[in-house]
Write a protein that binds this ligand. Structure first.
Ligand SMILES: NC(=O)C1=CN([C@@H]2O[C@H](COP(=O)(O)OP(=O)(O)OC[C@H]3O[C@@H](n4cnc5c(N)ncnc54)[C@H](OP(=O)(O)O)[C@@H]3O)[C@@H](O)[C@H]2O)C=CC1
Ligand SMILES: O=C(O)CCC(=O)C(=O)O
Length: 485
């Protein structure tokens, strides 16, 4: 086998080594002894070079017509599609999700690129009747300039693309700082941008420590907008730094998403959706189900069905076809999840299944956690309040819809929420009263459609929306034009 290579930064259309020569190994979370490659630990000087390249490229890029920019995005999509298996396999090796999920995510990246490529042909303004009959008044949209893109490791293809594609189609240039955890997958995506022949400097990528590179990006005067997905703590810091210098920012952060199982729910459907929403990707989605609020009349029946199905989940390397759930993405994440489980027990929760490291043949060298279900959880407990980002479900028993909604809303987050019921009035009450940006009825809490607005309320988001046509709001400024002959 070839020795693991060092993945370089991409600056001004070229692959660049950092002067410090500092690198960090990227390892396989299913087998900590497998090194996949090395990522550079860039300095602020390296970042400044990338920002300068993006700044130099921005005038020519914004002067291109939007359909012409779209042609580049179509080409990038074709290159990713051609390399889909390779990219998906690296994603699975680098962060652990199953190959099936990784392929699905990479295909979603292709679809997002094609969607925004086509957005380049859609209208970007309105004609507004002026009070002056001899004038023409209308709105148009202009790019922000250079956009800083800071992304997490849980969707290493879809999230960077759903930020970069709208940034580019609306005429911005990009400096991209991927999560160090999934820097190789990010580099493969950037190779596809390179292969598509984007003009030099339009897209740039810098790897390195988030506290250094991400923070410097948020502080840099030539970054006109910062888009971030990740933890609440870091997101708030990024937002404050951008706000302090008058730059635009967009934050997508945590979730603590509830599913409510009403007494008239289709229990089999609710169980399937709870498992898929809570445990797919090892629970590492901001939209993952983590609180399962069940009506007392169906609580025992739901619990038995849930436990039966969870018992047969196969945990293992995401590369193996029989695996349903892979490892946590990193040792840090693995330790965080185990410490939340310990906290749940310490605070009086009852473990119904799981609760420990995944054991068995082939699991000894990876960051595996058993699928875990707690009961006797009250809303004030830590595991009912904080984002765990792991395969852990907390069952909470309630006696009414009112109580379910009160518990579901008793949280600082508000990203996604779902309910299982057959009753239209229960659906409507839920839709109106739940604190969530993504409201789902008889469907799991995770799952996002690329052409619909995505985002949360409360501390899950900075209030803006990503994806679909909503993305134009962040990546452009409106100009109101008044023309008189
Ligand atoms: N909403 C979501 O989708 C996600 C939520 N999370 C939550 O966050 C927890 C911790 O995960 P973690 O990976 O540490 O998330 P972070 O918020 O630390 O990382 C997200 C991104 O921000 C970068 N970053 C880190 N520190 C800074 C900083 N000071 N300024 C600017 N950018 C920075 C990271 O870089 P680097 O990789 O170099 O650290 C990464 O690119 C998880 O357990 C989960 O609860 C995590 C990922 C996604
Ligand atoms: O549910 C999804 O597919 C997207 C989730 C997401 O955006 C995230 O976890 O960051």
């Amino acid at each position: 086998m070839a020795a693991p290579k060092t993945y370089l930064n991409y600056v001004g259309g070229e692959w660049k080594a950092v002067s410090s020569e500092l690198v960090e190994a990227s390892i396989n979370p299913a087998n900590r002894h497998e090194t996949l490659g090395y990522l550079q630990l860039s300095s602020v000087d390296d970042l400044n070079e990338a920002i300068a390249a993006a700044k130099d490229a921005k005038l020519a890029w914004r002067r291109l017509s939007a359909p012409a920019r779209g042609e580049f995005l179509f080409k990038v999509a074709n290159h990713i599609e051609r390399r889909l298996d390779e990219i998906a396999e690296m994603m699975t090796r680098e962060m652990g999700k199953t190959l099936l999920e990784a392929k699905g995510e990479t295909a979603r990246g292709v679809a997002i690129l094609r969607y925004y490529a086509s957005e380049g042909m859609r209208k970007i303004g309105d004609v507004i009747p002026s009070t002056d009959s001899a004038a023409l008044m209308f709105t148009t949209r202009v790019p922000l300039g250079v956009v800083g893109v800071i992304t997490p490791w849980n969707f290493p293809v879809a999230i960077p693309i759903w930020k970069m594609a709208p940034a580019l189609i609306y005429g911005n240039t990009v400096v991209f700082k991927p999560a160090q955890e999934t820097g190789i997958t990010a580099a493969l995506i950037i190779e596809c941008f390179h292969e598509a022949g984007l003009p030099a400097g339009v897209v740039n990528m810098i790897t390195g420590d988030g506290g250094v590179i991400g923070q410097a990006m948020a502080d840099h005067p030539d970054i006109h907008g910062v888009t971030f997905t990740g933890s609440n703590t870091v997101g708030k810091r990024v937002g404050q730094s951008a706000l302090a210098r008058g730059a635009k920012y967009q934050l997508e952060m945590g979730g603590k998403n509830p599913v409510i199982v009403a007494q008239d729910a289709d229990l089999d459907l609710a169980v399937e959706a709870t498992i898929s929403g809570g445990l797919r990707s090892t629970g590492q989605k901001c939209t993952a189900t983590s609180r399962v609020i069940v009506h007392s009349e169906v609580y025992e029946a739901f619990k038995m069905k849930l436990l039966q199905k969870i018992q047969v989940i196969r945990v293992g390397s995401g590369l193996e076809a029989v695996t349903w759930m892979g490892p946590c993405a990193s040792e840090k994440q693995f330790r965080t999840v185990l410490s939340y489980i310990a906290k749940g027990v310490e605070e009086g929760g009852t473990l119904l299944c799981g609760g420990g490291e995944g054991r068995g043949q082939g699991l000894e060298n990876g960051f595996f956690v058993e699928p875990t279900v707690f009961e006797n959880i009250s809303s004030s407990m830590t595991i009912a309040q904080e984002e765990i980002f792991g395969p852990v479900l907390a069952l909470i028993k309630v006696d009414s819809l009112e109580e379910a909604l009160q518990i579901a809303n008793d949280i600082k987050f508000g990203l996604s929420a779902s309910i299982f019921t057959r009753d239209i009035s229960t659906m409507l009450t839920f839709m109106n009263e739940i604190d969530a940006g993504m409201v789902r009825v008889n469907a799991e809490s995770a799952g996002v459609e690329l052409h619909a607005p995505f985002g949360g309320v409360k501390q899950s988001s900075s209030g803006s929306r990503e994806q679909g046509q909503a993305a134009i709001e962040f990546y452009t400024d409106i100009k109101t034009v008044f023309i008189k002959s």
